[in-house]
Design a protein around this ligand. Structure first.
Ligand SMILES: [Mg+2]
Length: 263
């Protein structure tokens, strides 16, 4: 198995879409794969840019595929935002936010509440109820000098009808209106991975980031100082991965192949 080539690895940070599943379809026997990962003594955390779903939804989905995880093993871009704001404002405070369940849940758990004035930050992610009025309010606050923080940069994501607008499209609208770019916490920026490293108490050089996208998972892993593995079960071909700079440390057909489970 490919993991034999890197004995220094003590922990994994895994992307989910395109690594564990495509939509509702699991990729390989996930129960067996994670039994193997546990038997190798590896810690693991799941890290996703997706800012809409709640942690419980991921825990339930993993459990439905026979993978038992605790909520602490799931990290999404809103949690990286909340962690960042909590460092600046340990007591919490008022935030103007544009987003869905995942974002609201993470900010409220960190002691922040929604407000339209007197806020410490404007935080935006994917919001499928986004309106001109929300854009206008965010723009006015940012023009007054309130920090503008984005969950994740993904401009679109695939759907049967075509490319659907993602968080990055909303951030682009707010940037156009306010004249200020967001500070983004999701991949490929390192905050999400740093939070995972902190929770697992592992060092970057002994942690392997596994994902299916070069521009987010692999660049993000490199930015955080981690080792990287690209799996070919998602959006990237082997030829694209071979040519990419920085090249992933490992390229595997699947997560199963990486850890030595052939199912
Ligand atoms: Mg993915």
């Amino acid at each position: 198995m490919l993991l034999d080539y890197f004995p220094q690895i003590k922990a994994l940070i895994l992307d989910m879409d395109g690594v564990l599943w495509r939509g509702k379809q699991p990729i390989g026997n996930l129960a067996e794969i994670f039994e193997r990962i546990k038997s190798l003594g590896l810690k693991f955390t799941f890290a996703t840019n997706n800012a809409t779903g709640s942690v419980k939804q991921y825990v339930d989905k993993l459990r439905s595929f026979g993978v038992d995880v605790s909520p602490q093993q799931i990290i999404n871009s809103p949690m990286a935002v909340a962690h960042y704001l909590k460092q600046l404002y340990p007591e919490g405070g008022a935030v103007y936010w544009i987003g869905e369940t995942g974002l609201i849940e993470a900010l409220e758990q960190a002691g922040f509440h929604y407000s339209e004035d007197g806020v410490v930050a404007v935080v935006a992610g994917l919001d499928r109820q986004f309106t001109y009025e929300k854009l206008r309010k965010a723009s006015f606050l940012i023009q007054k000098g309130i920090p503008f923080i984005g969950t994740n940069p993904d401009k679109t994501f695939p759907s049967p009808e075509g490319l659907t607008p993602g968080a990055g499209s909303i951030l682009a609208a707010i940037e156009a209106a306010s004249g200020t770019p967001p500070q983004i916490m999701g991949k490929p920026y390192p905050h999400l991975f740093r939070l995972a490293l902190q929770q697992m108490k592992t060092q970057p050089h002994e942690t392997l980031v596994i994902g299916d996208r070069l521009d987010t998972d692999i660049i993000g892993g490199v930015n955080a100082g981690c080792k990287t593995a690209l799996v070919l079960t998602g959006v990237t071909t082997r030829a694209e991965a071979e040519q990419f700079q920085p090249k992933p440390d490992w390229i595997a057909n699947s997560l199963g192949e990486l850890v030595g489970v052939n199912s």
